[in-house]
Design a protein around this ligand. Structure first.
Ligand code: TEU
Ligand code: CA
Length: 559
């Protein structure tokens, strides 16, 4: 069966500001990325997803774009990018870019023109509304705090900003705006990039009533996801642009569930190739309120991932991730930060990488990097965290300072944005200058230089998992069956393809746990394990059960 290339691919996400600084200004940059392509290639991944590198005032670290066809000087030049792309392609690495088109920066020329007066040609590139009774058009709350409406003195109207006032929402109702976006996409694709990650794409179709934009009061998330024309806009993107290129697309689709995903990522290729779902990470309560110490519950996580595996099977395609630039680091979240750190990192990787879908590895995840030990508000850089602290602690006095700092240390997006840890030199080899955000002090124990030379490292374990995906059709095409669904500590599932079977067993706890082997595995062969005490990979497991040690993982094949 012909398999689209991205179904066997593994993607490596780079957050450029924190990856590698080549010129000593403390900020990661494009030439820093180019200098590390060998490391990325050696890991075995196929695609690099670059978080935004476009011109931007950087209020949201580049997710507020002021020129879609120019490089942010902090990151380098277009010449630097062209060199990166050429070097990456030379190594057989593809590059997909982050397309942020739900909103632009409020410093984008489009917005500067749009706000000048009521009847300029760009007015309707954005969403302007009259106030109501001297206030904003409705009571929606923006992702990064405050109202989703910002008053503009010049024209006496409000503009919509679902994230922050620096990020005015684009009006996708306007065909001229859509044509501008299509042209931007073509411009990058004609440069030779290999696809896009589409930021907040499930928000681009705003609510309508009788064909006009309509913004009822209530919880924004009840209205803002999967709007009335969303699939029309994405189908148009596919027919106008994407179908003319052999590229990969992944939509960041907040609020998505499998029933939406089978449309967004339909196997018929009419929309996107895959989507990111947030159901799994929002099991910590963050869909309604992020700032708590609630964690993800394993039984619920198993139910969510199983539903996504089974409901997309043969209909659509999953992305698979634990980490990204918006999430805390998975080993801190669901593994162990102490003596069992590396073992738990390997267990978590095992759990994800034998599922069906395209895995995304976030920079440092392959090393088992941890959350930063934040102690003070001054250590934070992310507007989401800082705005929340100011609102909840200082203004509304809704959460005590100590509690909020504890919640932020667990959940802030900055946990994943501390510099990549390359070696045990100053600043973990990230920069010769003062890094824009503190380096995790554990870099002398956790760094790439140590791990690329150590056979039992997390990095080497990820290399093995990535190779399995390339060589084993059962991982790409097999079905998925969850076992022991109610067990609070064990994540055990089977994959079947023709007469081949895999049994994936993962212990998410500090205690020893026993897995009863299903029929067909009583003489299974160990494919991989993170537990040296298990029998060697070559021998067969001639028992009816296996014992998993703390954070143990073991995969059996019936071949
Ligand atoms: O995040 C989008 C976002 O925060 C929401 O769509 C959220 O993911 C969803 O509701 C699930 O909780 C993207 C970028 O990843 C983030 O870094 C940016 O700050 C944001 O868009 C604005 O561009
Ligand atoms: Ca730099």
């Amino acid at each position: 069966m012909k398999t689209q290339w991205w179904k066997k691919a593994v993607v490596y996400q780079i957050y450029p500001r924190s990856f590698c600084d080549s010129n000593g200004d403390g900020i990661g940059d494009i030439n820093g990325i180019t200098s590390k392509l060998g490391y990325i290639k050696e890991l075995g991944v196929d695609v690099i997803w670059l978080s935004p590198i476009y011109k931007s005032p950087m209020f949201d670290n580049g997710y507020d774009i002021s020129d879609y066809c120019a490089i942010n000087p902090e990151f380098g030049t277009m010449k630097d990018f062209d060199h990166l792309l050429e070097q990456a392609h030379g190594l057989g690495l593809k590059i997909i870019m982050d397309l942020v088109v739900n909103h632009s920066s409020n410093e984008h020329p489009w917005f500067l023109e749009s706000k000048t007066n009521l009847d300029n040609p760009k007015r309707d590139y954005y969403i302007w509304q009259e106030g109501v009774r001297g206030g904003p058009p409705n009571d929606w709350k923006a992702y990064f705090g405050g109202s989703t409406w910002t008053y503009d003195e010049t024209t006496g109207q409000y503009y919509l900003n679902c994230f922050s006032p620096h990020q005015p929402d684009l009006n996708w109702e306007n065909p001229d705006l859509r044509r501008e976006i299509h042209n931007i996409m073509r411009w990058w694709l004609d440069k030779g990039i290999d696809g896009f990650r589409l930021d907040a794409i499930s928000l681009i179709s705003k609510p309508l009533a009788d064909g006009s934009l309509n913004f009822p009061n209530g919880e924004m998330k009840e209205f803002i996801f999967h709007g009335p024309r969303i699939h029309e806009y994405i189908k148009e993107m596919r027919s106008e642009v994407l179908k003319h290129y052999d590229v990969m697309t992944v939509g960041e689709t907040g609020g998505v569930r499998p029933e939406h995903a089978v449309i967004y990522a339909n196997a018929d290729g009419s929309e996107l190739d895959m989507v990111f779902q947030f159901e799994q990470v929002e099991l910590d309560g963050s869909e309604t309120f992020k700032w708590t110490d609630q964690n993800i519950n394993l039984v619920e996580l198993k139910e969510v991932l199983t539903r996504w595996q089974n409901q997309l099977f043969d209909h659509a395609w999953n992305s698979l991730y634990w980490c990204n630039h918006d999430q805390p680091r998975i080993v801190s979240r669901l593994g162990d930060s102490g003596a069992l750190r590396e073992k738990s990192a390997k267990m978590l990787a095992t759990c994800l990488h034998f599922m069906q879908g395209t895995p995304f590895i976030y920079q440092g995840e392959e090393l088992g990097m941890l959350n930063y030990p934040f102690k003070d508000i001054s250590e934070y850089r992310d507007l989401e965290s800082i705005n929340a602290y100011n609102a909840l602690v200082l203004e509304e006095k809704r959460i005590a300072k100590e509690d909020m700092l504890r919640f932020m240390a667990l959940k802030s997006r900055d946990n994943s944005r501390t510099p990549m840890q390359w070696n045990e030199k100053p600043n973990a080899g990230f920069s010769a200058g003062k890094p824009w955000i503190n380096v995790n002090p554990n870099y002398s124990e956790i760094n790439a230089e140590d791990q690329i030379h150590r056979e039992d490292s997390v990095y080497k374990y990820y290399q093995k998992l990535i190779q399995f995906r390339k060589t084993m059709d059962i991982i790409t095409h097999g079905d998925f069956q969850l076992l022991m669904s109610e067990h609070p500590d064990l994540f055990v599932y089977m994959r079947k393809f023709n007469n081949e079977m895999l049994l994936v067993t993962c212990n998410f706890s500090y205690e020893e746990r026993i897995v009863t082997l299903p029929e067909g595995f009583k003489t299974g062969k160990i494919l991989i394990t993170n537990d040296e005490t298990q029998v060697s990979n070559e021998s067969r497991v001639l028992t009816a059960e296996i014992v998993l040690s703390a954070f143990g993982a073991l995969v059996l094949t019936n071949q």
